[in-house]
Design a protein around this ligand. Structure first.
Ligand code: ZN
Length: 252
């Protein structure tokens, strides 16, 4: 089964369209789309992105779309209060922009899912909505909770691979260069993060996504250029905070 793995689209339609076009061009066919959450928040196109992801995943298994912390905050003002001012602005703007039908769709989502030997969570297994797995030490604590040999997470907006080293009893982190494929050794356990489609934070402003071939055990990282200025113009037109507009060009 070949899966298109997306995360943290954050209402950036130009980035999402570029990813879908690139994926179609290189792979022609997918058996499933797995979206790891945060379809909305930060960006100017929440309805368009929700509708695109709904179209790709609404038929259910094997397609999956998780609930992210921003998606959740849009549904519940009490959650929004935990956000910093800039993120909270984006959440409140998104709440009034979304149609009732798209809000209802977000209400159907869950922050975790499982498919065979793959555990999926927006953020982490320990804290599915909030924890950032940014270091091998945090990954190690999550490996201890894993009931499957593979976990997929988003939330950090940084593509990452963590592998559990059984002999040393510790987790190791490494980065996969764009275009590179990692062979998922069946003897090892992995926590994998595809990075963010709509707001990368690893210093590379290109949209990130991965393709997972489950039977072959292959995880391929991609980065795709997209018209960042198109998204930024829409944000300026809606008086979004400048930092949200500018960060897209820098990938932070
Ligand atoms: Zn996010």
């Amino acid at each position: 089964m070949r899966c298109l793995v997306l995360s943290d689209i954050h209402a950036n339609l130009a980035a999402l369209e570029a990813v879908l076009e690139h994926a179609r061009h290189h792979h022609a066919r997918f058996d499933a789309v797995w979206c790891l959450g945060d379809v909305v928040g930060y960006g100017p196109d929440p309805n368009e992105c929700v509708e695109r992801i709904r179209g790709l995943t609404a038929s259910g298994e094997p397609n999956i779309c998780l609930l992210g912390n921003h998606d959740w905050a849009v549904l519940d003002e009490r959650i929004t209060e935990a956000f910093n001012d800039i993120a909270a602005f984006a959440v409140r703007w998104t709440r009034q922009a979304l149609t009732a039908e798209n809000l209802d769709y977000l209400r159907t989502l869950s922050p975790t899912a499982q498919h065979g030997d793959y555990s999926l969570a927006h953020a982490s297994l320990r804290e599915p909505i909030w924890e950032y797995i940014l270091t091998a030490a945090i990954a190690a604590e999550n490996f201890a909770l894993m009931r499957t040999t593979r976990a997929l997470v988003g939330h950090t907006h940084v593509p990452a691979v963590f592998v559990w080293d059984t002999s040393a009893q510790r987790a190791r982190a490494f980065a996969l260069s764009p275009g590179m494929t990692l062979r998922l050794n069946p003897a090892h356990r992995f926590i994998l993060n595809p990075g963010s489609v709509g707001q990368p934070r690893d210093g590379d402003p290109r949209a990130a996504y991965t393709v997972l071939d489950i039977e072959a055990g292959l995880w391929t990282q991609y980065r795709v250029e997209y018209p960042i200025a198109r998204t930024q113009e829409k944000m300026r037109a809606q008086d979004f905070p400048l930092i949200l507009v500018e960060r897209l060009a820098h990938g932070y």
